[in-house]
Write a protein that binds this ligand. Structure first.
Ligand SMILES: [Zn+2]
Length: 93
């Protein structure tokens, strides 16, 4: 569980956080205080970089054989998710 930036209660689950976004319309409502919570937009975009780079490499380095492109894709998504879940801070929206 993660702490809400409004009330500091550990009211946000990993699942809530997985479906949350960086913008106001994708924010999550805290179960304890009802205020809107979301990701820091700047850090959310930074966290997306490894994924964007992996997509770039998959499309432009076509000499990579298929299994490596697939592994790179999975790796990019995994790094993005891990960064979003454990590095991008929750902020008041
Ligand atoms: Zn709260």
């Amino acid at each position: 569980m993660f702490a809400c930036p409004h009330c500091n209660e550990k009211s946000i689950s990993l699942l809530d956080k997985s479906f949350m976004g960086a913008f106001k319309w994708t924010s999550h409502e805290c179960a304890k205080c009802g205020n809107k919570v979301g990701f820091s937009t700047f850090k959310y975009c930074l966290a997306m970089l490894p994924f964007v780079v992996s997509i770039f490499l998959i499309n432009f380095k076509s000499f990579l054989p298929f299994p490596y492109r697939f592994i790179l894709f999975i790796f990019g998504i995994t790094v993005w998710l891990m960064l979003v879940l454990f590095w991008v801070p929750l902020v008041k929206k």
